[in-house]
Design a protein around this ligand. Structure first.
Ligand code: C2E
Ligand code: MG
Ligand code: MG
Length: 443
């Protein structure tokens, strides 16, 4: 009887200090271990906390299911544990998050080298069932210093450094720097301001007409988001789109944009203007949101618009994020007749494989190639090559950022179908663009 109780209590004790899936020490063990070490070592002591997170692990679960995902996490834990020696401690914080404590590392260089070894270890192929996984991780590192003398601060700072490691391009590590706190605070303030802005209807849409070079007519308009603050200043999307993606605000924001844009197209058509389509920029991850296609269907229905009245512009980075789901979404959009454009082509991975696989309706040649087309032989060569590929795949080509008559002429000579840029019309508010559209239709 006593033995049974002993066994039970040992089991309960074990569960209290270990993470259930991997069997690694858990958050509580880590806290105890770190506190114990800090208490028994006189300041200043050498101590580093490495916060490791597997990049895009969600996609393993999404594409292979949780059983395979769990097996992969166990293999990762085993591989990491094998590296740990007596002056080191590893814990799992659940899911794909691990923390490694280095007690008395000899130097910062040693910690950097250690982090690199961990990244290398994770990047080697994992085999689970019949699948092979090539994954990578990011690591944030905090050191015991005057400002970071307790467990919670050490963990928070390592977590903040991890955020920066990911932002820097994943498969990377970063040491915590105190300036990171200012940036994090500014970001949370922006996040808060964006929430308020959405509630207070501070977002407005600008529109920029697209010109067909063959017919010299305006075929459509691109919708460009602006944030009009109470003080009257107008903020461009580069300043806030990334934060709205991270905070999840991009979903409700894009819904508002799509609704407003489709309604505007309907109004223009009702007033006698002949616009073929309206183009809306869509940022990942909203594109692969489970309800995205249904939402598009609903908006088109509400405004009584056919699918081909709407064009969605996506950039190459969306494609590499989650190829399978993106393909499913694009196929469903195609069934509705909605057109899909690859935006800023040439600036990202520019894989011709994407062009073949996704059947885009239009390629937008990025403005960076256009701006230097007369000075740079290589930019000219790239524009020619993109046009040649587009033509052979029978995809429409649009050049962005046309600012001069010469640029428009050379793009026409090269066989580009459409252009967009300040030379034809600058992006502007609905009233100004409506007046512009009337003028060009009357010509
Ligand atoms: P984009 O989709 O490539 O949009 C074209 C950008 O080029 C716009 O900047 C536009 O104002 C600018 N532009 C147009 N013609 C010219 C020109 O002749 N010269 C120069 N120098 N620039 C020109 P904007 O409005 O600041 O937008 C920047 C980016 O922000 C967009 O690039 C798009 O990726 C993103 N974005 C804009 N609106 C939205 C939106 O509603 N939703 C989402 N998710 N992203 C948006
Ligand atoms: Mg665009
Ligand atoms: Mg673009």
């Amino acid at each position: 009887m006593t033995k049974h109780i002993d066994n039970e209590s040992t089991k309960i004790e074990y569960l209290a200090y270990h993470e259930s899936l991997t069997g690694l020490p858990n958050r509580r063990s880590l806290e105890d271990k770190v506190n114990q070490f800090l208490k028994t070592h006189k300041t200043p002591c050498n101590f580093a906390l490495l916060f490791l997170d597997i990049n895009k692990f969600k996609y393993v679960n999404d594409t292979h299911g949780y059983t395979i995902g769990d097996e992969l996490l166990k293999s990762i834990a085993t591989r990491l544990r094998e590296k740990i020696s007596s002056n080191e401690f590893i814990a799992s914080l659940g899911g794909d998050k691990f923390v490694i404590a280095l007690m008395e590392p000899s130097s910062e260089e040693f910690v950097a080298a250690y982090a690199k070894e961990l990244l290398l270890l994770i990047s080697k192929i994992f085999s689970v069932d019949d699948y092979q996984f090539r994954i990578n991780a990011s690591i944030g590192i905090s050191f015991y210093t005057k400002e970071t003398q307790d467990y919670n601060t050490l963990l928070r700072y390592a977590d903040i450094a991890l955020y920066y490691a990911k932002e820097q391009g994943r498969n990377n590590f970063r040491f915590f720097e105190i300036e990171m706190l200012d940036k994090i605070n500014a970001k949370s303030q922006l996040e808060h301001d964006l929430h308020v802005a959405l509630e207070n209807n501070e977002f407005i849409l600008y529109y920029q007409p697209l010109l067909c070079l063959k017919t010299n007519t305006c075929t459509g308009v691109e919708v460009l988001l602006r944030w009009k603050k109470k003080d009257g200043s107008v903020i461009r999307p580069e300043k806030f789109v990334d934060v709205s993606v991270e905070s999840g605000l991009i979903g409700p924001m894009t819904q508002w944009i799509l609704r407003t844009a489709c309604h505007q197209l309907k109004c223009w058509r009702d007033s006698g203007l002949h616009l073929q389509h309206i183009a809306v920029n869509i940022t990942a991850p909203y594109l692969i949101d489970a309800k995205f296609v249904d939402f598009i269907k609903q908006v088109l229905h509400e405004e009584n618009l056919s699918g081909d009245s709407l064009e969605l512009e996506i950039t190459e980075n969306i494609l590499i994020e989650d190829i399978e789901n993106t393909q499913l979404v694009i196929n469903s959009l195609k069934q509705l007749g909605v057109k899909v454009t690859i935006d800023d082509f040439g600036t990202g991975y520019s894989s011709f494989n994407y062009l073949k696989r996704f059947y885009f309706d239009r390629i937008k040649i990025d403005q960076s190639f256009v701006s230097d087309i007369f000075r740079s032989q290589s930019d000219l060569a790239i524009v020619k090559a993109i046009i040649a590929v587009g033509k052979s795949l029978e995809v429409k080509l649009l050049a962005e950022g046309i600012e001069t008559a010469d640029q428009q002429q050379i793009l026409t000579d090269l066989g580009c179908d459409e252009i967009q840029g300040y030379y034809y019309c600058r992006p502007n508010s609905v009233d100004i663009i409506t007046a512009f559209l009337r003028r060009v239709e009357l010509k």
